[in-house]
Write a protein that binds this ligand. Structure first.
Ligand code: HEM
Length: 485
């Protein structure tokens, strides 16, 4: 108890220290209420590097993005896996991968991530296109799916989750040998949403047994991926197949442990992608000129490939075609900029002097966290003019992707970081961008879209600040109608 009550004192060469007046809890509650506002306020008062005590942890925030490169490249003394090994296993229910019981498991899992990238992205992208088209055809484009020639009304987040959850699941894990789709998808999705709503508490290391139904829901979700069930699925992605083969090499992994690993990947593959889809769709639908510009760009890409599009036919956009959609990509990046609030955490491996640039170093202590909070950079008016505004061509310059952004007159190496950085960079980032593009292409090609009148501007729900793409604070109603051109 004394240890919990003892307050740390700042030593020479260390950043300013903010303990907070509540022992142990420190500033955790204030940070949880409004992380971005909290950090901006402390930056004004203490400068661009400061250490905050939160829930017994000391976190040193580096707020100046010009200093990010030196933090990101510090591999040995600043470790990412120590943090993820601590939080991911109890959250998803598998045993720690770095345990001696599983020699080289972590390394093999790391290698499996290559199957999401490079040439492996092509079959994944093709499979996702087919699955999205299947769901659109069966659920939204079918005759009688809505009033004849008329508008249908829906909730936007609900729409995104119903399409993207199932399409991603089919693409990653495959489908039953004898059917095009899995049964019980609605229940699985609802359980997932209930688990997901507890995600911030699990990441805060609140024991799952204290979170009412969550443990039982997680068990149900994990059981969906038991090896004897997955062995009846076909068209499984190379990525998931490879992971199953790796798990088979370890007798010490029980079937439920293997299933829990698969469940964790399901979360990783949809937990951020669905809100990212929502925001990209929301910003386009609420900016009709931007939406029209992107729609023209997609039609143009199809025309250039000799495809004559009509709404009564299926369409497939290849990886190369998706790569050329500059405005669509800028719209997605701009939506990620406006909605992402991930935190990049590294654990200090030894007491040392952390060099920040040619002139500056700070002393840091073993076990402390170093944190980058890119949302502060994404919302910096010096880097992004009118940062709160959606600007379709924010990431376009002279007909190409714009990559030069400046702070204090210096070019930034890192200016958009929804996918993390360095050793903890998201391995699914290329697939994620492609699948969001595919979803939006289908929405824009097949439907007229508009917001229902009389709604307030959508706002961010900050309860998962630090953990990825934020959800909308409330649902948005929209209408869609099959296009006639
Ligand atoms: C890790 C963001 C989509 C697979 C991460 C991290 C971020 C992130 C920020 C690093 C977490 C950390 O530093 O603690 C996103 C966003 C996505 C997205 C914004 C969508 C817009 C995906 C998809 C997949 C995926 C589609 C898989 C198909 C993973 C995995 C990790 C990860 C496996 C853990 C990597 C590791 O342990 O080293 N993601 N992600 N992500 N992401 Fe994503």
């Amino acid at each position: 108890l004394l240890g919990l009550l003892r307050r740390r004192k700042r030593r020479g060469g260390e950043p300013p220290l903010i303990n907070g007046w509540i022992p142990y809890i420190g500033k955790a509650l204030e940070f949880g209420r409004d992380a971005h506002g909290f950090l901006e306020d402390h930056k004004r008062r203490h400068g661009d590097i400061f250490t905050v005590q939160m829930a017994g942890k000391y976190m040193t925030f580096i707020m100046d993005p010009l200093l990010f490169p030196n933090i990101i490249k510090h591999g040995r003394q600043l470790d990412f896996h120590e943090f993820s090994n601590k939080v991911a296993p109890p959250t998803f229910g598998y045993p720690p991968t770095n345990s001696r019981k599983f020699p080289r498991l972590q390394e093999q899992i790391g290698r499996s991530f290559q199957l999401l990238q490079g040439e492996n992205l092509t079959p994944l992208t093709e499979s996702m296109m087919g699955n999205l088209m299947l769901l659109f055809r069966q659920d939204h484009l079918r005759e009688g799916a809505g009033p004849e020639g008329g508008w249908r009304s829906s909730s936007m987040y609900e729409f995104c989750i119903s399409v993207m959850f199932e399409a991603t699941l089919l693409t990653m894990y495959g489908r039953p040998v004898s059917a095009q789709r899995h049964s019980g998808m609605g229940v699985l999705r609802e359980d997932f949403v209930r688990f997901d709503s507890m995600f911030p508490l699990l990441m805060a290391q609140i024991p799952i047994s204290l979170l009412r139904q969550t443990k039982a829901i997680r068990e149900k979700l994990i059981n969906y991926f038991l090896p004897h069930r997955m062995s009846c699925w076909s068209h499984t992605s190379q990525f998931i197949q490879r992971r199953s083969e790796v798990f088979e090499q370890y007798d010490a992994l029980r079937d439920v442990d293997k299933a829990a690993h698969h469940f964790a990947i399901l979360w990783a593959s949809v937990g951020n992608t669905i809100p990212a889809c929502f925001w990209s769709m929301y910003y386009l639908v609420s900016h009709p000129e931007a939406l029209e510009k992107v729609r023209q760009e997609i039609h143009e890409a199809l025309r250039l490939s000799g495809v004559e599009f009509s709404t009564d036919k299926d369409v497939a956009l290849s990886r190369e075609q998706l790569d050329k959609l500059l405005y669509l990509e800028s719209a997605i990046n701009e939506s990620l900029r406006l909605s992402s609030a991930s935190m990049n955490i590294r654990v200090v491996q030894e007491d040392f002097s952390l060099r920040l640039n040619a002139e500056r170093s700070v002393k840091v202590r073993k076990g402390d966290f170093i944190a980058l909070y890119p949302q502060s950079m994404h919302m910096d008016p010096e880097i992004y003019e009118n940062p709160q505004t959606f600007q379709l061509d924010r990431y376009i310059q002279d007909g190409k992707e714009k990559t030069d952004f400046y702070k204090d007159g210096q070019r930034l190496k890192y200016y958009l970081m929804p996918f993390g950085s360095g050793s903890s960079m998201c391995p699914g980032r290329y697939f994620a961008i492609n699948e969001i593009k595919q979803f939006l292409c289908l929405m824009l090609l097949y439907f007229d879209l508009q917001l229902e009148a009389g709604q307030k501007r959508a706002t961010l729900d900050s309860s998962r600040a630090g953990m990825g793409i934020l959800l909308p604070a409330e649902e948005v109603r929209f209408c869609y109608r099959l296009r006639t051109d």
